[in-house]
Each structure stands twice: as structure tokens, then as C-alpha cells.
Design a protein around this ligand. Sequence first.
Ligand SMILES: Nc1ncnc2c1ncn2[C@@H]1O[C@H](COP(=O)(O)OP(=O)(O)O)[C@@H](O)[C@H]1O
Ligand SMILES: [Mg+2]
Length: 384
Amino acid sequence: MTVDLAERVRAAVAAVTDPELRRPLGELDMVRDIDVHGTTAAVGIALTIVGCPAADRIERDVRDAAASVAGIDAVDVRVGVMSPDERKALTEKLRGGRAKREMPFGPDSLTRVIAVTSGKGGVGKSTLTANLAVALAARGLRVGLVDADVHGFSIPGLLGLIDADGLPPAPTRIDDLILPPVAYGVKVISIGMFLRRPGADAAGAVAWRGPMLHRTVQQFLTDVFFGDLDVLLLDMPPGTGDVAISVGQLLPHADVLVVTTPQAAASEVAVRSGTVARQTGQRVIGVVENMSAMTLPDGTALDLFGSGGGEAVARALSTEGDDVPLLASVPLSPALRGGGDEGRPVVLTSPDDPASRAIDAAAAVLARNPRGLAGRALRVTPSV
Ligand SMILES: Nc1ncnc2c1ncn2[C@@H]1O[C@H](COP(=O)(O)OP(=O)(O)O)[C@@H](O)[C@H]1O
Ligand SMILES: [Mg+2]
């Protein structure tokens, strides 16, 4: 009778999800001894590391799960820590047999990789990437977001990943496996999370050159445990610099989304960023125009940055047999801007805002299109 009860407690505890690894504790071999005496359950669990930031939450969830079993009135949770060997077994299991340092987003991966790029900065690329990621997650997709704008990282702030000390949270590490913090269902990694030094300011300037940038992006792709993803978005730095070329080499099968404003001058450089991506073998899957005309309360249109840039870029990037669509025109939106400043994405807080609707329409198209090889250009070495 008590054995049976203990088994039921074990099953309940084993089903609790680790908030960071996003797998059931049973699967992670974190459930230890379970003893039931009368109506009291003693539950042993082993965390991956000492001071695991999710410890309180796991302990609470385990307590609740055990207490929910009929016949249990009191729960005593004993929290231990895995031994180095146990941790090694766990990280190997999480890697799914993949060798260390092997990039999980290669051509055979089922994850669709979408690099969001622009010709110049300030066109709203990061704001759109953050909102697109959240919109895709809200549609039920498993979404990862790599902030590849190492010098100008802004994704943590846009997604509210800022601790009480004003800095992005440091990711939990299990040995050499880095767990990406999760915001609004999106697994996020950014250089901003690695710049926590005592006395460092939140801006934490990064003054690295090519090779370091390449290594950073490579590490984000290999050492960060994203688990199985449907979509991995990359917020690229503006232009066609070192990171763009590195990403082109690391992810030649990636899809590319080009962001531009309606302004002619912005659209010319936007075309170039798409062309360079294509030279590495990546496929341009669409253009998003941002900061398009907004409709004022009296019904007039305010087109601060003119019009037509998105259409022009889509046309210029379209080639015979490979039509590049304009996926959305996102209007100027105080709510979009404000949501970014507050770290609360507008697609969630004001889904009816015209900007949210436009972004979600683009997300709907991206969620629908499976990843494919059609129209992919042959890989050549970029000449820029
Ligand atoms: N559609 C929009 N309406 C109003 N403000 C916007 C819009 N898109 C972006 N912004 C604002 O423009 C600035 C630049 O956006 P950001 O996403 O950082 O650009 P990028 O990543 O291209 O440099 C931010 O202050 C952002 O809030
Ligand atoms: Mg940016």
C-alpha cells in the first residue's frame, strides 16, 4: 500500500518540469529516494549545480506535485546536488549524443534558422526580431533567439531580461553547457549576459574584432543548450561586416529576412545586405518594411520616412524564379517603441495595435512556411 503510494508520488514528481531545461525531472534523472510514512512523503531531488537559480521554483513545484497525490498530507523535500559524473551524464544526454562543440543547427537540422538583417542601424531590426520571436512562440512554436549584434546588443532589454541590478541575467551553466534564459517563451542568448563584472555598467562596451566576434557567435550556436527548436532567429548587426560573414559561413543554409524603412536611402543598403547574405548561400525569404506611415486619430497618414522602400527592396532582391515577398509593413507605433523600452513586447501587451497586427501577420507566414532548399543560391565566397 505505501509502496504503491510512493510510486504514485514518484510519478507525480517525475513529471515536474525543470524551468530552465524544460524537461521533466524524471527524464533528467533528478528524482532520488522517495519514502512514504503514513501520509507524509519524503522526496529527494538532485539539482544540477549548487545555488541553481531555479532551485526555489523546482522545490515548490515538487512539493505541490507530491502533495497533490491522494493520500499525502505532508511533504518533506530534500534537495541535493548531482555529482560531477551525474552531471556529465546529464549534459551528454541533453546534447542528444552530439559531440561537444558540434553545431546543432547544420543543414540536416529540423530547425529553421532565420537571420534578420538590415543595411543600416536604427531601422527597428532588433525591435521587430524580438516581437517576431514572441509572436512565433505565442503561436506555439519552440523559438530561440540569438542576439548576434555583439557590439550593439539590445535584445535582453527589449524582452525584459534585466535583473534587479539593471543587468541581463547571467545564464545558468551546467559544466560547459550554457542554458539560455527564457523570456515570453523565447530562449534567448546575448553577449550582454556575459558582461557581468563587478562595477561594470549595463552598457558593458564590447570592443572585439573579427575573430572574437566569430568565436562568440559560434559559441552561441554550439555551447548554448536550446534543445529542439522549430525556429532560431538571429538578430544581426546592421550591415555586411564580420558577423554577417561569420554567420553566412556558420549557417549557409539560413533564411534571411531583410528589414528596411520606407526611405529610398535605407532601402539601397538593405538590398546590399540581402545580396551579401545570398552570396554565402543563404536564402532571402522576405522583406519587412518598418516605420511605415501611421494613421493619425483624424484619419490622416503620417509618413515620416516616406513610402515604397519595402516594395523597392523586395523587387530588387527578387530574381527569376525566386520571388522575394514584402511580408509586412509595420507602421510607426508609439506602443511598439514603448513596449521595447519597457521590455514588454507590444505583440503581447497590445495585440490590436497596427504594428502588432503587421508583425503577427509576418509571423503567421513564417510559421506556415516549412524550411526548404528551393531557390537556394549556390555558395560563393563573399567579395565584400
Ligand atoms: N515601428 C516603429 N515605430 C516607432 N518606433 C520604432 C519602430 N520600430 C523601431 N522603433 C524605435 O526605433 C529605435 C531603433 O530600433 P531598433 O530595434 O533598436 O533598431 P536596430 O536594431 O535596427 O538598430 C528604437 O528606439 C525603437 O523603439
Ligand atoms: Mg539592433
